[in-house]
Design a protein. Sequence first.
Length: 93
Amino acid sequence: SFEDLRDLCGGGLTETSKYEAKAHEWAGLSDLKVRTMKEYLETYILNKTSDELVYSSGSVGIPEFCPKLEFFTPVPSYVSLGVVPIDPYKVQP
């Protein structure tokens, strides 16, 4: 539930955008803000009190979005094999 998500990931961050029909940005989204998950969920999902459409963009990774899930999120091997660090110049230790 959204309450469980808030309780687990409330301290995480998300980028939000507001929908405006006359906005010139992609998909009518504007007013980009970084908020905590708790603030976003409580204001725009759980206790919605206005008709304002605010979306969580998903532009952050798991460590920012929900730090508690960082090491518990399953990643399929076909994805993880594609993100193995490549270091042709041996910069990394």
